[in-house]
Design a protein. Structure first.
Length: 345
């Protein structure tokens, strides 16, 4: 199929303190999340001057992808639109329409299948097209890529670097904890999110010559009465310390860049706990702008443009389809005003 632009689609984040509340209001609009929860999350941003790292990282990914496409083709313009903050998707679609774009490929900055990390992005794109009005570009979202070999390899490389920062005599016994954004069990049971994460962890550990390392979760925000995926990263750190661990690498494989959840929940909260426990912590980088990850985006684009090409995947699961089934990853049923917004973006 012929395409004339690439659309990078992401979650978005504030750039200064004044942006924090308007941003969170966008995230939480219509979700009946208690104001005290919004205030709690706002404090995480204020610790860093109200600036989320995600926007600069998207700019860096956009620049790296533009270079990759210029050098290896297809040489297409790259646009960027967010779910919750500037540049907003609707504004980006309007600009693309004004520029004469007719058919675009969308790359969403999430590797896994769930309502928040896949289907909701498709809904966001559709809403932005409606806002752009007649003549808005058609947009095809690229497939979920958790088991693309270059995504796996980028994570392997980053985790190996983190392991090498541990003193040599402690490296063999060092623990690895794979982390991802927790989601409610009710959501997990209707999508492939957890099994996909487990498969990524299995593939990475095998490549590093290790037995399977545990998958743990972070960033839950729901009431204690609602079951979410566990164990929590902080509980896991306490447990491995009780078991005698001296070194741990935390690898946020559930994220493709260092979102606020990584900056606060891991680099701040988990690191403080590790210092208290006298547990040496190294945090592996996310895929970010690793050359293999950038190359993967290009390969997904080329794959989609050639409908007869093979879809590359590693491990026990096949590549996900280009177009998701209509009944996959349904929206969560909100049974309580305390049901949170989940953003494993």
């Amino acid at each position: 199929m012929k395409y004339d632009a690439i659309l990078l689609v992401s979650f978005g984040g504030p750039d200064c303190n004044a942006d924090v509340f308007p941003f969170l209001e966008n995230v939480l609009r219509g979700k009946n999340v208690p104001r005290e929860r919004m205030l709690q999350v706002a404090e995480h941003y204020y610790l860093f001057g109200g600036k989320s790292p995600i926007n600069d990282q998207n700019r860096a990914l956009m620049a790296a992808l533009s270079v990759e496409l210029k050098e290896h083709g297809p040489e297409l313009p790259v646009y960027w639109g967010n779910r919750n903050w500037d540049p907003m998707l609707a504004d980006t679609l309007k600009q693309m329409k004004a520029d004469g774009v007719k058919q675009a490929i969308a790359f969403a900055t999430s590797a896994y299948s769930s309502y928040s990390s896949c289907r909701q992005y498709r809904e966001n794109i559709a809403a932005a097209q409606a806002a752009a009005g007649d003549g808005a570009p058609a947009v095809d979202k690229l497939r979920v890529f958790f088991n693309h070999p270059l995504f796996i390899e980028a994570n392997i490389d980053h985790i190996r670097v983190a392991l090498e920062r541990i003193q040599e005599d402690g490296r063999a016994s060092a623990r690895i904890a794979y982390t991802a954004h927790s989601i409610p069990l009710s959501m997990s049971q209707s999508c492939d999110y957890q099994r996909q994460l487990l498969e990524v962890g299995r593939l990475v550990s095998a490549a590093l010559g290790r037995p399977p390392d545990p998958l743990v979760f972070q960033s839950r925000s729901g009431p204690a009465s609602q079951p979410w995926l566990e164990p929590d990263i902080l509980d896991h750190l306490r447990e491995i310390k009780r078991q005698g661990a001296t070194d741990v690498v935390i690898a946020p494989i559930g994220f493709v860049s260092d979102h606020m959840e990584v900056l606060y929940d891991l680099d701040t909260e988990a690191r403080l706990l590790c210092a208290e426990l006298e547990l040496n912590m190294e945090r592996a980088a996310t895929a970010g702008t690793h050359p293999k990850f950038v190359r993967m985006v290009r390969e997904l684009i080329v794959e989609r443009m050639d409908e007869g090409s093979a879809k590359i995947a590693v491990g026990i699961y096949p590549a996900n389809p280009d177009v998701c089934p209509v009944d996959c990853c349904p929206a969560p049923v909100r049974t309580s005003p305390l049901t949170p917004v989940v953003t494993p973006a």
